[in-house]
Design a protein around this ligand. Structure first.
Ligand code: SF4
Length: 317
């Protein structure tokens, strides 16, 4: 059996905006995630990373392509397999203020999945909620309170407890720390890591900031305008970024060592991200790429493996 828990193959999610206008939010994206690892998906807002996550967990139907979870196409599941999938994959959302129902107690929010899937007696559910609150660093007494009584960091812990309630194998964390104070972000990342170790979870961790995912991810995928432009191991990507866009993103991350920082050149990208409704021909990055060549306008470079487990979509390679 493959050790990949998730395989995304040529995934497309296009939105028809009326008339002939099509937004190609995700356009032919492929990557895979090994069981127990964290795959970081990064890119500027509007690059399609959140839509990719939402299509994987079926908040959206796929326009084309496949998402294989434990070897089965998630968009074709029926009956028991479909029910199992909804237990095995859960999501933690970006905004801990908007994602928790303000009229439900914290205990009911966390137990909702248990109720839906009819897991355990009322007493067992209550115990599970108390255990989960402790697992995420809150108190069992918090179960009777309401979301507005908590800080942003605490609310995100509640969101994580909710995702854990039905013991999933795989969690999609969609910018789970972006809305939090910097001082709280590290605590929540540490919590994700602790839970992964204890429960052998696999994460798809979506963020706009490469610095944020470096620490937690074993591998990283970089998206630009609906395309995957580079995937590599986290250390490899940081030492040896190949795509000019990844190089620019990395050059913007502050280096703590002043000696090294002086040696590194900061690449400032010119211009804005083009509209995803009318992306440039050929390579989508060519309008901002400092290394663009004439052939870059003619054809989109395919994502190819140029070093072991290091894939890049660029005509330079
Ligand atoms: Fe730059 Fe061309 Fe590579 Fe695109 S294909 S990243 S434009 S060099």
């Amino acid at each position: 059996m493959t050790d990949h828990i998730l395989e995304v193959r040529n995934l497309k999610k296009h939105f028809h905006l009326g008339g002939n206008t099509i937004l190609k939010a995700v356009d032919d994206v492929s990557f895979s995630i090994k069981r127990g690892e964290t795959f970081g998906l990064v890119g500027e807002s509007g690059c399609g990373k959140s839509t990719t996550g939402r299509t994987i967990i079926r908040l959206y139907d796929a326009t084309d392509g496949e998402v294989l979870f434990n070897g089965k196409n998630v968009h074709k599941l029926k009956g028991k397999a479909d029910k199992d999938f909804r237990k095995q994959m859960q999501m933690v959302f970006q905004d801990p203020y908007a994602s928790l129902n303000p009229r439900m107690s914290v205990g009911d929010i966390i137990a909702e999945g248990l109720d839906i899937h009819n897991i355990g007696s009322a007493k067992e559910r209550k115990e599970r909620v108390h255990d989960l609150l402790q697992t995420v660093g809150l108190n069992p007494e918090h179960a009777t309170r309401y979301p507005h009584e908590f800080s942003g960091g605490q609310r995100q812990r509640i969101g994580i407890a909710r995702a854990l309630a039905i013991e999933p194998e795989f969690i999609i964390a969609d910018e789970p720390i972006s809305a939090l104070d910097v001082s709280i972000q590290a605590q929540v990342v540490n919590l994700f890591e602790k839970l992964q170790e204890e429960r052998n979870l696999t994460y798809l961790f979506i963020a706009h900031d490469l610095a944020m995912v470096k620490h937690i991810s074993s591998r990283i995928g970089v998206m630009y305008l609906g395309k995957m432009v580079e995937t590599a191991g986290s250390n490899e990507l940081h030492k040896n970024p190949l795509h000019p866009y990844s190089q620019a993103l990395l050059s913007a991350i502050p280096i703590p060592d002043p000696e090294q920082a002086r040696k590194r050149e900061r690449i400032i990208l010119q211009g804005d991200v083009p509209s995803p409704i009318a992306p440039p021909s050929g390579c989508p990055f060519r309008t901002r790429c400092p290394k663009a060549m004439p052939e870059c306008a003619a054809a989109m470079p395919p994502l190819k493996e140029v070093e072991k487990d290091h894939f890049v979509a660029c005509h330079l390679y």
